[in-house]
Design a protein. Structure first.
Length: 59
C-alpha cells in the first residue's frame, strides 16, 4: 500500500511539472530581436536591408 502512494505522488508531481510554462523577456520575433535596433540587427546578420528587423514591417 505504501508503494502505491509513492507511485501516485510521483505521478502527480510529474504531471504538475509538465504543466509549467517558461517565458523569456527577450523573445525573438522571426529573425530580429526587440532588444536591439533594426540597423544593428542588420549589421549583425549581414543583410542589405533593415526592413525585416523593424517591428512595423513584419507581415
Amino acid at each position: 500500500m505504501k508503494s502505491i502512494r509513492i507511485y501516485l505522488m510521483a505521478a502527480i508531481f510529474s504531471l504538475g511539472m509538465m504543466s509549467c510554462e517558461v517565458r523569456t523577456t527577450n523573445s525573438t520575433r522571426g529573425v530580429g530581436s526587440k532588444s536591439i535596433p533594426p540597423g544593428q540587427a542588420k549589421k549583425i546578420y549581414g543583410t542589405k536591408s533593415a526592413k525585416p528587423f523593424a517591428p512595423g514591417q513584419n507581415k
